[in-house]
Design a protein around this ligand. Structure first.
Ligand code: SF4
Length: 247
């Protein structure tokens, strides 16, 4: 009797594609990448961000923490370019918290109208200025707890002011870019900004928190854009296995 032949499984191939170029293969991360929040992978991401954006900083023009606070409130649902057009005249007319605190709301609305949501923003910047004058001796407070008591200020704005205005790393700014990139780079599985911030704070060294958020924001604006990320130009590509990748 002839010996039985061993059955050998045929490799399935996708029509029209060379072996190893299937969609799954395309998104397989490089071996150096590791997965998710693996510390060597996170270190590599930080190195790559440093290479690409060594001088990343806040694009909102300001001369002091108070101006930065007001500019950050104005930047909600607007662009930094638009805010930078509006603030020079605003700060010339209202150069300190006292001037802004007791300004006529209608005048402020007219000054900031082009940034959108101008009525609410007027309430916020007048309210925040009043509180700074009446409860904080005219000085922008330097703690997260105190900043969060100001009208119109949530964690994101407070982190911008503490980090960029005072150089205090008390958290990580999570805006829409940081939110999207944290998911694409698999640094957080959460969608809520507070939880994303908490996740990032656990894996990013504290002395990198301020620069890291600027770098992610720059990367999100320049390369890893929401609709069509420019992966071919991205130096993080070997470390990224996002399903949104375009290469
Ligand atoms: S640009 Fe592409 S490769 Fe780079 S981080 Fe974004 S999705 Fe990943």
């Amino acid at each position: 009797m002839a010996p039985k032949r061993k059955k050998t499984a045929k490799k399935k191939t996708v029509a029209g594609r060379k072996p190893g170029t299937s969609r799954a293969a395309k998104h397989t991360p490089s071996k150096i990448a590791g997965r998710g929040t693996d510390p060597p992978r996170v270190r590599k991401i930080l190195e790559k961000l440093d290479e690409a954006y060594p001088n990343a900083t806040c694009p909102l023009h300001h001369r002091n923490p108070f101006e930065l606070l007001i500019a950050t409130i104005l930047s909600a649902q607007s662009t930094d370019v638009r805010v930078n057009i509006v603030t020079p005249q605003l700060f010339e007319k209202y150069p300190n918290p006292k001037e802004l605190a007791y300004a006529n709301p209608k005048d402020i609305e007219n000054e900031i109208r082009s940034t959108g949501f101008f009525r609410n923003k007027t309430k916020s910047i007048i309210g925040a200025s009043k509180k700074i004058v009446e409860e904080f001796h005219g000085e922008v407070p330097r703690t997260m707890e105190e900043l969060l008591t100001l009208p119109g200020v949530a964690r994101k704005t407070a982190n911008v002011v503490l980090g960029t205005g005072f150089g205090i790393a008390s958290g990580i700014v999570v805006d829409t870019h940081v939110q999207r990139l944290s998911a694409r780079l698999d640094l957080s599985k959460n969608t809520d900004p507070k939880r994303i911030e908490r996740d990032l704070m656990q894996i990013i060294p504290q002395d990198r928190w301020i620069l890291f958020s600027h770098q992610l924001i720059w990367h999100g604006r320049r390369i890893c854009q929401a609709r069509k990320p420019r992966c071919i130009e991205c130096n993080l590509e070997p470390l990224c296995y996002s399903k949104d990748k375009t290469v």
